[in-house]
Write a protein that binds this ligand. Structure first.
Ligand SMILES: Cc1cc2nc3c(=O)[nH]c(=O)nc-3n(C[C@H](O)[C@H](O)[C@H](O)COP(=O)(O)O)c2cc1C
Length: 325
């Protein structure tokens, strides 16, 4: 549903053009210093502004509504709300009769029998990821010894992508990308051998980011072309350090103490300015349709901080579970 986590549990709410979006965090330990200004650096990293990002700029005014008293977490559920202000819903009215190809308009139209909030993509908007970033700020505070860094590896298949980005924008098209995340300072033993493996938990959260279409750990799909003699990571000391890290820091679902390394792929944005053919539910015919509104030409540009946030949420939960085992 809309909640995730066993001991560090997050619940997301809101819609793109509703009054606010936000996150409820249950299970956050007491005594963590926390104030509204702590969120600013990560919220700024998610904001648009760069070439290829949406012209919809929100102020991201954030309020901690509960669970913090005298500047520290109390142990009670923390409710964080972020106001929506810069909305223009009329551009989305046409999605009711002509769902955008590749977006969630059609699936939600059927699933919710016409009741879903369509404004700005409703709950299926990148806007909600501001709430995920807020959750990440709190999660990171619970695991200060762990360093999580995500970065763009490539966009449209290129590491030097500015010209390609400009070209796609000029052509009213969009681009996908790959983001790599590295986690260091992790203890050995987080994760469970089966359903709560480190890979499955991180993957579950990564696929909660709208527009993520794949993930690989360590060498990932390249492993299919390797031999065991190449892939196996030789253990070089009693702490379990390995000479290589083809497995991406996880064996048998459990962290092995080396860096966790994974990559996610973002699809090219669904909403493009080019005329596309789609089915019109009013005329019952396929027809050419142009999507208007304000969109990111490449969502990968804004995703690294969201990847970091959800990685922190996964590890905060594992960390609490480890403490109770
Ligand atoms: C930060 C961020 C911004 C996004 N901006 C847009 C956008 O401007 N236009 C759009 O069509 N999709 C955008 N998306 C992706 C859609 O929300 C996503 O493609 C849609 O919900 C369908 O889900 P799926 O692609 O995972 O199937 C964005 C996603 C993120 C994470």
């Amino acid at each position: 549903m809309n909640s995730f986590g066993r001991l560090f549990r997050i619940s997301i709410y809101g819609e793109s053009h509703g009054s606010e979006v936000g996150i409820l965090i249950d299970g956050c330990p007491s005594g963590l210093p926390l104030c509204e200004s702590d969120f600013k650096p990560d919220l700024l990293r998610r904001q648009p502004g760069a070439l290829g990002t949406t012209p919809r700029v929100e102020k991201d005014t954030l309020q901690i509504k509960s669970g913090v008293f005298d500047g520290t977490s109390t142990g009670a559920p923390i409710l964080i709300s972020i106001t929506n202000g810069n909305t223009n819903s009329k551009h989305y009215e046409s999605t009711l009769s002509i769902p955008r190809p590749g977006h969630a308009d059609f699936t939600k139209k059927i699933k919710y029998e016409g009741h879903a909030d369509w404004r700005g993509g409703g709950i299926s908007s990148g806007r909600l990821t501001v709430a995920l970033v807020a959750a990440g700020v709190v999660a990171k505070k619970t695991i200060p010894h762990i360093k999580i860094e995500a970065r763009i590896l490539e966009i449209g298949g290129q590491t030097d992508y500015q010209a390609l980005l400009q070209q796609a924008i000029n052509e009213q098209d969009s681009l996908g990308g790959i983001i790599e995340c590295r986690v260091s300072g992790l203890e050995i033993g987080l994760g469970e051998p089966f359903f709560d493996s480190v890979e499955s938990t991180i993957s579950h959260l990564m696929f909660s980011i709208p527009g993520i279409k794949g993930i690989e750990f360590g060498d990932g799909f390249k492993a299919a072309q390797m031999r065991g003699s190449e892939f196996n990571d030789a253990i070089i000391d009693a702490h379990g350090r390995t000479a290589t890290n083809h497995s991406g820091g996880i064996n048998g679902g459990i962290s092995n103490g080396n860096d966790i390394l994974f990559r996610v792929v973002t699809r090219p944005t669904a909403s493009i300015g080019l005329v596309q053919n789609s089915f019109n539910f009013e005329t019952n015919k396929m027809e050419g349709h142009q999507i208007v509104g304000r969109h990111d030409a490449c969502i990968a540009l804004r995703v690294p901080v969201i990847v970091e946030a959800l990685t922190a949420v996964a590890l905060a939960d594992f960390n609490l579970m480890r403490r109770t085992q």
